[in-house]
Design a protein around this ligand. Sequence first.
Ligand code: 2AM
Length: 175
Amino acid sequence: MAEESRRLFLALWPEPALAERLHQLAGEAHRDCGGRIMRRETLHLTLAFIGAVGEGRLPELLETLGRIRAPRFRMQLDALGHWAHNHILWAGCTHAPPALPQLAADIRREVAAIGLPASGPAFVPHMTLLRKAHAPCELPVFDALAWDVAEWVLVESRLTPQGADYQPLAAWALG
Ligand code: 2AM
């Protein structure tokens, strides 16, 4: 019988209060550019996308990821943007703290070292708020949202007719 596989990625997951604020922003942007609003509980920032991983490789992946050491950091979510190529309306930061791309690079390197694909496009930190969105005429103006990042998570994505359903599998604290 074929081995079960899971669709995996690594991400930062906001606390409910921050997710709520981002969800409100998504609603404001939606008035202008339409599209599909991401559910509050699914909002996240992807660090690395792996894709399908055979069940049998999970222990090795967990052990590899568990060896990564990285510092806590604060991020200011102060920007909204729209990508024409994939019709995503996103939230991000004008100046990412260096610890953020460093964490993404460490994860990608370690995952690649055990022969799994963890690259995807170049790392551009963003949180998808709307999909299938038109280019906005005017983006909502908002006060920067501070995000104190204390952990990162391994998440399984299950595709359902209602959209992606995300299940956290493991979390690691930042030092
Ligand atoms: P997106 O929001 O920019 O589409 C789970 O699907 C997460 O992994 C999403 O944040 C998604 O980013 C990202 N993702 C999905 N497929 C990907 C791929 N092939 N390469 C890189 N990232 C991907």
